[in-house]
Design a protein around this ligand. Structure first.
Ligand SMILES: C[S@@+](CC[C@H](N)C(=O)[O-])C[C@H]1O[C@@H](n2cnc3c(N)ncnc32)[C@H](O)[C@@H]1O
Length: 281
């Protein structure tokens, strides 16, 4: 199975990153707040009082606040999936430790499949679903989102939450177009490079280097969507909404060192945090 899921050296190095990078407190300590484990960033203003909390409580208040902003980001993504009923099936492309998938099931009652090329993450996420007693409705698979082996036309909605920078967009959207029913919805939240400021800035290159990823220019998303029968219905620039999250994270005990490149890239305008919703036509 490993040889067919991980087809290239690049995919192997991405899988290796997520398989070995297990102990990052920015993921674990935040997830422990309510057992929803995210590997994405946050949106919305933070409560500044967390920074003035008494020394014994301050760190935990900041962690809970960062987690609240990350869950708010996932909620925003789910707000754009359109009407989903309990009989629908949806797909989380690059599902990480499963937080967004579990939230989707809690909200819609539907069946969710998540795919990740990290075997470790798939095991972790399946354990979370089992602990919640929803393993029959929320399943995680060690599979490549470019080749999911799920039945054609089986999905009412598909999303990617900060995973598109690891793959070729043409290949990805061809697979999603195959999986989505006519009129089904695709939602993406991603960081993308700003074509208007030119190709990759230094700060964007540092982010690529840190995560072993390849951030796409904004224009590539719309070309690849259009080429695969996915017609955008909403595009939201979340850049201003995510900056407070990074500012708070930079002042927290769980900062990883990547906060300054993100803040620089967003503030200089070379990088955008975008939500795109598109319909399968
Ligand atoms: C930044 S994490 C995001 C995780 C999750 N979407 C979330 O919001 O918590 C990136 C994820 O993309 C997954 N990934 C990268 N390339 C992939 C591929 N070709 N197929 C499936 N998953 C992939 C990684 O394994 C990891 O789970």
């Amino acid at each position: 199975m490993t040889t067919t899921v991980l087809r290239t050296d690049f995919e192997k190095s991405v899988a290796d990153y997520w398989n070995t990078n297990r102990q990052d407190p920015v993921n674990l300590r935040l997830g422990e707040v309510d057992d929803l484990y995210h590997h994405h960033y946050g949106v919305g203003p933070y409560d500044p009082s967390v920074l003035d909390a008494p020394a014994g409580a301050r760190e935990q208040r900041i962690i809970a606040e960062l987690h609240r902003l990350e869950s708010a980001q996932a909620d925003l993504l789910l707000d754009h999936l359109g009407p989903i009923g309990p009989d629908d099936m949806i797909l989380d492309g690059g599902s990480g430790r499963g937080g967004t998938s579990i939230m989707a099931h809690q909200r819609f009652g539907c069946e969710v499949d998540g795919v990740s090329i990290s075997e470790y993450q798939v095991g972790f996420a399946n354990e979370q679903a089992a602990r919640r007693g929803i393993a029959d409705r929320v399943r995680f698979h060690f599979r490549n989102m470019l080749d999911t082996h799920l039945p054609a036309g089986s999905r009412q909605a598909v999303w990617t939450n900060e995973t598109t920078m690891y793959v070729d967009l043409g290949d990805l959207y061809a697979e999603f177009a195959r999986l989505l029913r006519f009129g089904g919805r695709y939602v993406c939240i991603t960081g993308c490079a700003n074509d208007v400021t030119g190709l990759r800035s230094k700060a964007v290159s540092r982010i690529n280097e840190h995560y072993t990823c390849d951030i796409h220019p904004r224009s590539h998303y719309f070309k690849a969507l259009a080429a695969n029968g996915l017609a955008p219905i909403a595009v939201t620039d979340l850049t201003a909404a995510t900056i407070p999250y990074w500012e708070l994270r930079a002042r927290s005990s769980v900062a990883t060192g990547i906060e300054e490149p993100f803040l620089t890239a967003y503030r200089e305008g070379s990088f955008h945090y975008l939500l795109i919703a598109a319909d399968r036509i």
